[in-house]
Write a protein that binds this ligand. Sequence first.
Ligand SMILES: Cc1ncc(COP(=O)(O)O)c(C=O)c1O
Length: 356
Amino acid sequence: MKTGWFEKKVKDFSSIGGYEKPELQQDSLKLDSNENYVIAKQFQTDIIQKARKNLDVREYPLGGVERLVQAISKFTKIPASMIGVGNGSDQIIDLILSNFGSKQTKVLTSNPTFGFFEERCKLYSIPLIAIPFSKYMKLDIKEFTKQSKNADILYLDSPNNPTGFQFTKNDLQKLVKSFDGLVIIDEAYGEFGKYSLAKQVKSQNNLVVIQTVSKSFGLAGLRLGYFLASKQFTEAFNQVLQYPYPLSTITIESGILALEKSHVMKDAIQVIKQERTRIIETLRKYKTFEVFDSEANFVLFDAHGSYQRIFTALSEQGISIRKLGKIGSHEGCLRVTIGTKEMNSKFLLAIRDLLR
Ligand SMILES: Cc1ncc(COP(=O)(O)O)c(C=O)c1O
């Protein structure tokens, strides 16, 4: 073995950079990570208290994932044999990429796409064909269809993070049907959008639809994601690729209880959609901004030359949003999560005062 190989490898990893998390600001109005505060804290308190009764953390959670999968099956109306879970959808994405991706497998996606996905492709040296968004923050379906012939994996977050864009159902269905490699549709924000492709996994063996309780159920800290796919893929993933015990007992029991209360999630989605319209309409009144449509629980806007000033001024007032900067021809993009009515009003008032 050559000396220095380990140091070189560590240096190579360090040069990749990795996924950039937002800065931790104590007691800030947290509108930077697409979390869901519309579901009150009481929801999780009740679930976790009830879950405690079924816990024995001296044991590995043998049979636990199987019970959770039954609950997901009831919720999604997809057979249990077509469902797998992960420590957040992040882990599902990671396992798929590390096992199916290589220097030889080209991934077709958008630019921008989900940051973690892109970072993982870099880590595994998987080449990307990334179709840029137009200046109106839309994607061109024709361009995807054209490039799909050159790719082995298609990854789309639908709706997309950070733009909030979602193809029409018809367009995405057609694209997915015509692709004969591996198709990953990441529906982390699916509940805020217009449709889901979940049912399509029943008729298409190369399709994996990923969902999560992080955004819709307001349970990001639980780290619970799941996927829907063909029986063959699911069996291989669950038996061979996934760890024997990927989720903690607390996550399993709380997840089961949360899914039984999906009406709470559905009510919150209604509020978030209404608030999304209010934020978009209010921000559009300011000439300083270009505000893009969104099918997710956040809104992207270009604040042009003022973006740095706005980001810093909000931050000084304890309001944390996401600074993205340049996206295509847009120089100063900022992304704000839709919070509770109160949080959103504070954000909008702060913006009003800044632009006075
Ligand atoms: C598009 C997309 N996919 C997946 C995730 C990760 O979700 P999870 O919390 O389930 O790991 C995120 C989180 O921001 C996301 O934006």
